[in-house]
Design a binder for this molecule. Sequence first.
Ligand SMILES: *[C@@H]1O[C@H](CO)[C@@H](O)[C@H](O)[C@H]1NC(C)=O
Ligand SMILES: *[C@@H]1O[C@H](CO)[C@@H](O)[C@H](O)[C@H]1NC(C)=O
Ligand SMILES: *[C@@H]1O[C@H](CO)[C@@H](O)[C@H](O)[C@H]1NC(C)=O
Length: 363
Amino acid sequence: MRFTPLLFAIGAAAAVLPRDEPAVAAEAMPGSKASARLEDQKPIDGGIKKTIKYNPVKLAPNGMINANIPAPEAPCTDCFVTAVQANLMYQDGSEANVDTGAWLHHIVLSGSPFPGMLWAAGNERPNLRLNTVHKYGFDFPKGMKFGINVDLMSNAMQEKTVTLVLDFEYLPKSNATGYKASYMHWNSIGSPKAKEGVYSFTAANWTSTVSGQLLYAIGHMHDGGTNSRLYINNKEVCRSVMIYNARPHYTVTKENQAKNMEGSEMGGMEGMEGMEGMEHEDAEGETDHGHAAGSASGGEAPPAPAVEWHISDPGLCENFGTIKKGDVMRYEAEYNATKYGLMMHDGEPEALMGNMRVYIGPE
Ligand SMILES: *[C@@H]1O[C@H](CO)[C@@H](O)[C@H](O)[C@H]1NC(C)=O
Ligand SMILES: *[C@@H]1O[C@H](CO)[C@@H](O)[C@H](O)[C@H]1NC(C)=O
Ligand SMILES: *[C@@H]1O[C@H](CO)[C@@H](O)[C@H](O)[C@H]1NC(C)=O
């Protein structure tokens, strides 16, 4: 798997550490439960919900597309976006996910020239909300150029047409009394090589440049990950537990696997209609991105009827304290490949990932 280094190597200083046992019991720590889905949440403070469907994309059998969507529609301008969630759909409106071979490998939202990187997510498709208690949102200033980078992947042998869907909630600045822009720090271990067993990685320390509320954090990991830990001045404040196979389309059965293998190998990258001008990867090796059937490289059997382990929900840490300018933030990503196996493609384990975007509400 090739990742866009710009997106995933930020602040990377990964080192394999011996596993140290936690000083605090997991139950006492924020991060053991998934977030509510955005569609199940009522708007807060008169927030406006908006769903944007971007142009459909054809994903070749076993294909992969990394692309910047040209001039993507933004939910609003001169506003605060208070919640966002991504999904991938087929043309009949059903969810495109690992059970039918389609992965939202990653999505990154940005705003230029300011405020920069806004949000990113993987196939766990989490709901980010910044205003459950405190009044913060992503700043979408007037004149901001909105950017979306997506990485889509298929492990099915049939061509798939998929649509990226983003659900937003926002407040126009004229109706955002008391609201301020959030600040995000992106912790990352980079993309170290996968291996068997139990181990952890740590990201580079970050000395906070802001004081404020810790609004929101979740870990993003690859299959095999058990949890993502956040420390402030050496005290653990969040442990985002990786929850597997908890939503329907993350459950891959033997039948799913067989169905995804049906059809002929067409190979190559197919049409990119509706997304002209997008960058995409070299043709070389484009037919080899599928996760091998029975994707995990060993690992325990998941609860039936599933035959693969896939992360569906990272545990949410929300409104979990404060940080002060000068405090030291540290991030650790823990893996147990013995339990969950590793993500495989083309017979090789995929590089690992561990990142945690921590959203802070500056004072
Ligand atoms: C936005 O407007 C609605 C309707 O007038 C009002 O109820 C709400 O409090 C306003 N929200 C903010 C944050 O100003
Ligand atoms: C990271 O910060 C912690 C204090 O929070 C310190 O104990 C540790 O030595 C630092 N690590 C590095 C590599 O600087
Ligand atoms: C890793 O997973 C194996 C298999 O489920 C389990 O026996 C072991 O206790 C786990 N190790 C840790 C440190 O959780």
